[in-house]
Write a protein that binds this ligand. Structure first.
Ligand SMILES: [Mg+2]
Length: 143
């Protein structure tokens, strides 16, 4: 999958560094954030981000609160929640709030890559539908 822009959000810096290296090797372009606010700032600055990988457990604004803000401000961004055993409930809450999927830590790379690819496809198909609807709307105004 070409030119995929992913935002990885996790408060654990070494985790972010390791995952960034691994995902780079798989051909993904990774931006990173260590707080919910940082994630929202990155999404504002980089409109080409397609998928957000979001840690549930973060100090301050947690993953669920961050997800709510992402979905409010960037509704077509697809979000994959990362959770531990203790925070599975939050991941389920996230799914109800519009997250694409969730994954348990420690992350299985194959599973993560598969979920990211599926999320990218949904994002692109969603975007395509929006573009088509816009074009139809413009054409109907000109008729
Ligand atoms: Mg965390």
């Amino acid at each position: 999958m070409s030119l995929t822009n992913i935002l990885l959000v996790d408060d654990e810096v070494p985790f972010v560094e390791t995952m960034t290296r691994r995902l780079n090797k798989r051909g993904f372009d990774i931006l990173s954030a260590h707080t919910g606010q940082d994630a929202l700032d990155q999404l504002s600055a980089h409109r080409n981000i397609e998928v957000v990988i979001l840690d549930v457990k973060m100090p301050g604004m947690d993953g669920v609160q961050t997800l709510e803000e992402i979905k409010r401000k960037f509704p077509i961004a697809e979000v994959i929640m990362l959770t531990g055993h203790a925070t599975v409930e939050s991941a389920i809450e996230g799914m109800k709030l519009g997250a694409f999927d969730y994954l348990m830590k420690p992350c299985d790379m194959e599973q993560l890559v598969a979920k990211v690819e599926a999320a990218v496809l949904r994002r692109r198909s969603h975007e395509e539908k929006i573009t088509k609807a816009r074009m139809k709307e413009i054409a109907s105004r000109q008729a």
